[in-house]
Ligand binder design. Structure first.
Ligand SMILES: *Cc1c(COP(=O)(O)O)cnc(C)c1O
Length: 337
């Protein structure tokens, strides 16, 4: 499919030996946290498609939005600067933020930053449209990317990632029965499931919510998937008729969401989650982030206990979607003695 080639792909897959032994289940990891450095994580796969479109349209600026420690905003800013484009990010805050983590990198990479409150963030698309209008008056040609690049075009990044996994299975001589991923804005979940359905892979995909609930994400993933269909048609992946058929047949229940590990809320950590992050760092040498992958893998740990929903799930593949920079602003909350 037509996209930029920015990420280091395919990302490595290997078995987490100690964790598999501890939890008595075969658990593998796909290192989408290693898609790059400045643009590391899952968002770059979506940006490869979105920014391709921006460049085709002759845009010279990217505008996007997210929380103060948004990995997506940092990756977008990095890509913009890489192409010599201007960038601006609308960041949600509750108080004056410390100059740390992704927010620090946004500024270091040269982005214009505009803050908004949690209340204003509900109107983020409207505010970004206003920002775009202002920049247009200054002579820029901005391209606006929604939260998480979770829209029809962005989700193609994870449609591709699902195909990549199936290709890697052949090389590795293994089949992944269950794929687990964290979900925050729904685009990663939508893309993986869409490829699974379109290509008839028949895998189980479990999306671990880090905010909101099952209904919210099923609705969101369905919306994004339907929005992606015209792109799949124009990219020659499916015919018009197949697109129409899918538009009618896709349903909320196609997306398995687990919302039991949101914990005390988005970007807020419980001691057991931090303990889990420390433990996997020390046994596997893999660092999970507190906002997404730490919660999702803590969910895997709990769901593998007696009677849990991942017992008997076969070979499990967890996609590590990144987020390392978001760990540093909360380093003081860890007991690393
Ligand atoms: C954004 C993000 C996710 C969630 O992906 P969505 O497509 O937004 O649901 C997971 N992990 C990390 C580290 C992220 O930054």
């Amino acid at each position: 499919m037509k996209k930029l080639n920015l990420a280091n792909l395919p990302t490595k897959i290997y078995k987490l030996e100690r964790l598999s032994k501890e939890l008595d289940a075969p658990i593998y990891i796909k290192r989408d946290d290693q898609t790059g450095s400045e643009w590391s994580g899952n968002k770059i796969r979506k940006l490869e498609f979105a920014v391709q479109e921006a460049l085709e349209q002759g845009c010279d600026m990217l505008i996007t939005t997210g929380g103060i420690q948004s990995n997506h905003c940092r990756a977008t800013v990095a890509v913009a600067t890489y192409f010599g484009m201007k960038s601006a990010v609308l960041l949600r805050i509750s108080e004056q933020p410390p100059l740390k983590g992704n927010y620090f990198l946004d500024l270091l990479l040269g982005a214009d930053v505009k803050f908004c409150t949690k209340e204003e963030y509900k109107r983020r698309d409207e505010i970004m449209a206003q920002m775009a209008e202002e920049y247009r008056k200054q002579g820029y040609k901005p391209y606006v990317i929604p939260e998480g690049a979770s829209n029809g075009i962005g989700t193609l990044g994870y449609y591709n990632a699902m195909n990549e996994i199936v290709m890697q299975e052949k090389e590795l001589g293994i089949k992944f029965d269950t794929i687990v991923v964290a979900t925050g804005s729904g685009g990663t979940c939508a893309g993986l499931n869409l490829a699974n359905i379109v290509k008839g892979y028949g895998r189980r995909i479990v999306s671990m919510a880090v905010c909101d609930d099952v209904e919210y994400f099923q609705k969101k993933a369905l919306e994004i998937s339907i929005e992606a269909l015209p792109y799949l048609v124009s990219q020659g992946e499916i015919t018009d008729e197949r697109g129409e058929e899918l538009r009618k047949s896709l349903k909320m229940a196609d997306f398995e969401i687990n919302d039991k590990y949101v914990g005390i809320g988005y970007a807020l950590s419980r001691p057991e989650e931090l303990e889990h992050i420390k433990k996997t760092a020390r046994t596997e040498g893999v660092i999970f982030d507190p906002v997404y992958t730490g919660k999702a893998t803590y969910g895997i740990r709990c769901e593998l206990e007696e009677g849990g929903s991942l017992r008997g799930a076969g070979n499990i593949l967890f996609i590590h979607t990144g987020g390392l920079f978001g760990l540093f602003p909360i380093s003081e909350t860890f007991d690393v003695s």
